[in-house]
Write a protein that binds this ligand. Structure first.
Ligand SMILES: *[C@@H]1O[C@H](CO)[C@@H](O)[C@H](O)[C@H]1NC(C)=O
Ligand SMILES: *[C@@H]1O[C@H](CO)[C@@H](O)[C@H](O)[C@H]1NC(C)=O
Ligand SMILES: *[C@@H]1O[C@H](CO)[C@@H](O)[C@H](O)[C@H]1NC(C)=O
Ligand SMILES: *[C@@H]1O[C@H](CO)[C@@H](O)[C@H](O)[C@H]1NC(C)=O
Ligand SMILES: *[C@@H]1O[C@H](CO)[C@@H](O)[C@H](O)[C@H]1NC(C)=O
Ligand SMILES: *[C@@H]1O[C@H](CO)[C@@H](O)[C@H](O)[C@H]1NC(C)=O
Ligand SMILES: *[C@@H]1O[C@H](CO)[C@@H](O)[C@H](O)[C@H]1NC(C)=O
Ligand SMILES: *[C@@H]1O[C@H](CO)[C@@H](O)[C@H](O)[C@H]1NC(C)=O
Ligand SMILES: *[C@@H]1O[C@H](CO)[C@@H](O)[C@H](O)[C@H]1NC(C)=O
Ligand SMILES: *[C@@H]1O[C@H](CO)[C@@H](O)[C@H](O)[C@H]1NC(C)=O
Ligand SMILES: *[C@@H]1O[C@H](CO)[C@@H](O)[C@H](O)[C@H]1NC(C)=O
Length: 418
């Protein structure tokens, strides 16, 4: 958050000229738009250009609609984006670039992304890959972005310096702790607490391209499928398996606390191990800690091993057991029942995990995976999770795997839900 306001090109003359106008507009809409667009239609009919998106689940962004512009407010970094329709007089006259407000002319004619951990799948679902023209790294977990890159359609801008990406109409970033130029826009679905809220950020990107109706349609389909799978899970009469998301680093095991991970387990009708323990980290070089860890693991049915590795291909159950450092495995149900999972099944060049890409925009696939993880049928092929207890390997993402027309929108994959 240490945003370097010095790097903003602060055009004070614009600000003096337009901020009063902007604030007037802002106040008008703040007054008017608490959830109901065009509430005062009697006095000032709002003719919205195209369809509108309403944010229903996510809590960290808001969209307001004017006649020729839209405003997105991102409450994670406090920035607002004024999006001006390209066919209006305002588009040619107005430009904002302050530490709080930036303007963009929409629909964007092109854009670039800060590729590290960027969930580019949101753009694929919207059908906007055709105008992606720059990436900061070719370590991207999307077969179709790789294909475009290999075909020379996308430039590699290795450092993503502001002057290098200045030629693009917008540069989208997820890491907000970096110097930001006037065309930078922060996209932070990771800031939300539950899986559906994160997926709803598709509406945030939709407004930049006037594809609100597509964004709404994708989010509705994803939500319906997710909720249907949740109901299916709740209908179970069997016992709830205990699940531990756990990670090893620097001699220490820790159990995940992130709300969205715990929520996935609840929605899949599992029990989080976290509810029953009061300590979160266990140093395996300390005999007391090791004993306590051993005891907890004796209660766990399903392990999700999140341990970072630079080489997922080589990470197998031996690696896990070595890191656990407990000799006596006799009480480990996850071992006897072969249920040790990692979310690095889909990976590109050993580094970019699709877990940080497709899994954010399509949480219904994660939930379907977890249902199979918790209640195996043997009939469902998981997308993101691989079972290292059964020696399942990774799937290498390559450009050859892109088998769809890139100019059109990607359809969400909706697992069967009776
Ligand atoms: C809004 O979207 C619906 C469904 O896609 C479409 O029928 C309608 O014409 C759109 N309205 C506008 C104003 O674009
Ligand atoms: C506005 O954007 C649309 C869609 O990209 C494009 O067809 C049109 O030519 C643009 N209009 C202007 C005035 O730039
Ligand atoms: C991106 O669009 C802008 C106009 O918004 C244009 O000036 C620029 O040349 C385009 N850049 C690329 C790389 O297509
Ligand atoms: C839940 O179970 C009931 C009774 O077995 C059944 O009628 C209903 O269709 C089930 N619902 C779902 C979503 O599977
Ligand atoms: C590992 O933990 C020790 C003890 O807390 C600490 O001194 C050391 O800096 C840590 N090393 C890394 C790489 O985090
Ligand atoms: C773990 O415990 C060992 C032995 O007590 C100690 O030397 C080491 O610094 C601890 N590591 C961490 C990360 O706390
Ligand atoms: C072991 O897995 C089977 C399905 O493969 C399941 O029915 C059983 O409940 C599991 N047992 C434990 C202790 O998790
Ligand atoms: C895990 O990988 C190591 C190194 O390749 C290998 O020696 C070991 O046998 C593997 N373990 C299992 C359970 O496959
Ligand atoms: C894979 O990653 C390595 C190291 O990061 C890099 O040197 C290599 O060029 C990459 N290969 C491809 C095909 O991108
Ligand atoms: C697996 O799928 C087949 C075909 O769809 C179906 O007949 C069978 O009942 C399924 N088995 C389980 C355990 O769900
Ligand atoms: C994936 O790529 C690695 C090298 O990066 C290779 O060792 C491994 O065999 C590949 N796995 C598959 C399933 O193709």
């Amino acid at each position: 958050m240490a945003s370097s306001s010095s790097s903003y090109s602060f055009k004070s003359s614009w600000v003096q000229r337009f901020v009063p106008f902007f604030l007037a507009v802002w106040l008008f809409f703040s007054y008017d738009c608490h959830g109901i667009i065009g509430a005062n239609a009697a006095t000032a009919p709002v003719k919205v250009n195209g369809n509108i998106s309403k944010v229903v689940d996510a809590v960290n962004f808001h969209i307001y609609y004017g006649q020729t512009f839209k405003v997105i407010k991102n409450s994670i970094d406090g920035k607002s984006y004024l999006l001006i329709q390209n066919n209006t007089r305002m588009a040619a006259r107005t430009k904002y670039c302050t530490s709080r407000i930036k303007s963009f002319v929409i629909p964007l004619s092109n854009y670039s992304i800060d590729a590290d951990y960027f969930p580019v799948s949101f753009f694929e679902l919207l059908g906007l890959l055709g105008s992606l023209k720059g990436i900061t790294s070719n370590s991207v977990a999307s077969q179709c972005v790789l294909k475009l890159y290999e075909a020379g359609e996308i430039d590699l801008i290795p450092n993503g310096e502001p002057e290098q990406v200045a030629k693009f109409a917008a540069h989208f970033i997820t890491n907000i702790d970096q110097p930001q130029a006037c065309n930078f826009a922060s996209f932070v679905p990771y800031g939300e607490d539950n899986p559906l809220q994160r997926a709803e950020w598709i509406k945030f990107l939709g407004v930049f391209a006037n594809v609100e109706s597509r964004a709404n349609q994708v989010y509705d389909a994803v939500t319906q499928n997710y909720q249907c799978l949740t109901k299916l899970a709740k209908n179970r009469t069997s016992f709830k398996p205990t699940v531990a998301w756990m990670e090893y680093d620097n001699d220490t095991w820790s159990f995940a606390k992130e709300t969205y991970k715990l929520k996935y387990v609840e929605d899949a009708f599992g029990e989080n191990v976290d509810d029953s323990i009061n300590k979160n980290t266990y140093n395996i070089s300390s005999p007391d800690d090791l004993d306590a860890l051993h005891a907890i693991l004796c209660t766990v049915d399903v392990v999700i091993d999140e341990t970072y590795t630079w080489d997922p291909v080589m990470y197998n159950s031996s690696t896990f057991l070595q890191n656990i450092n407990v000799e006596d495995h006799s009480c480990f149900a996850f071992l006897s029942n072969q249920s040790i999972w990692r979310y690095d099944k889909r990976v590109q060049n050993s580094t970019a995990l699709d877990w940080y890409n497709g899994a954010i925009s399509q949480p219904q696939l994660v939930l379907a995976d977890l249902l199979e993880v918790l209640f195996p049928t043997g009939n469902y092929t998981t997308t993101y999770f691989r079972n290292i207890a059964k020696d399942e390997g990774v799937v290498n993402i390559t450009s050859e795997m892109c088998d769809r027309d890139i100019s059109s929108a990607m359809e969400p994959t909706l697992p069967a839900c009776a």
